[in-house]
Design a protein around this ligand. Structure first.
Ligand code: ATP
Ligand code: MG
Length: 237
């Protein structure tokens, strides 16, 4: 489904991502973990077309989409839930979801809205509420729901559990499990490495812009070089 090869993305002089390789097969749940500043968001944003790489290639469904604009990629079936859940706070829950569905035919949006109401019972109760009044956990669910409204074939999420209370972190991981059970293809950035490895088929470890390891949860958790990633929750600074 997704094939990233030799991807290098820089901000001015600084290469935040250096020759990264990553692949996601259809129906796979793949994690991307690594410390702060490792380049995780840079990778997702480059794949989603928000950043243009210096070098390297992004293939989606067998087609070279390197450097294509985000709207085109969204239409092609590639959606991103960005870091810090950007939602429209002045619009209602339903309106936010409808915006997520602009790329699908109007006739299909009703069914998709029903699907979202079923997947997110918490949102169903707040359908007409302004999104600005949602709690952090509800807002995150809305951000994910909005991305799902585009009927993506590959859904990427950037730190969906960031800043949430422990019980809401559980909700996010339950949701990931539910999406996985639906057979969806997911690429998820998480700092909560241990939790991510429990739900992922495979994961990649990024450090200082470079891929340093790849494997199943069990393989990575027994990798001594990655010990620090699994101690505590998230490195400070
Ligand atoms: N807009 C920007 N301009 C300049 N440098 C940037 C920019 N965005 C990110 N960087 C730098 O690029 C590197 C990678 O950042 P990135 O946000 O991809 O890391 P990350 O792994 O997502 O980190 P975090 O876990 O904190 O979200 C960091 O050194 C960061 O300071
Ligand atoms: Mg990030």
């Amino acid at each position: 489904m997704l094939e990233v090869s030799g991807l290098t993305t820089a901000y001015g002089e600084i290469s935040a991502l250096r020759e990264a390789n990553l692949s996601v097969g259809s129906g796979e749940v793949v994690g991307l973990i690594g410390p702060n500043g490792a380049g995780k968001s840079t990778l997702l944003n480059t794949v989603a077309g928000l950043l243009v790489p210096r070098v390297g290639r992004v293939e989606f469904k067998g087609r070279d989409v390197t450097g294509r604009p985000p709207e085109e990629l969204l239409k092609a079936g590639l959606a991103l839930v960005p870091e810090r859940r950007r939602i429209f706070v002045d619009l209602s829950v339903e309106e936010n979801l409808r915006i997520g569905g602009v790329t699908v035919p109007a006739a299909e949006r009703g069914d998709l809205l029903d699907e979202m109401a079923e997947l997110f019972p918490v949102l169903r109760d707040k359908w007409t509420t302004s999104a600005g009044y949602l709690s952090g956990g509800e807002a995150q669910q809305l951000a994910i729901g909005r991305a799902l409204m585009s009927r993506p074939q590959l859904l990427m999420m950037d730190e969906p559990s960031l800043g949430l209370a422990p019980i809401l972190v559980d909700t996010v991981f339950e949701l990931i499990e539910a999406l996985r059970a639906q057979g969806r293809t997911l690429l998820i950035v998480e700092q909560n490495a241990s939790r991510m490895l429990e739900v992922a088929d495979r994961a990649y470890v990024l450090r200082s812009g470079q891929m340093v390891a790849e494997g199943t949860g069990t393989e990575l958790q027994s990798d001594e070089r990655l010990f620090d990633l699994f101690v505590g929750n998230r490195p400070s600074g």
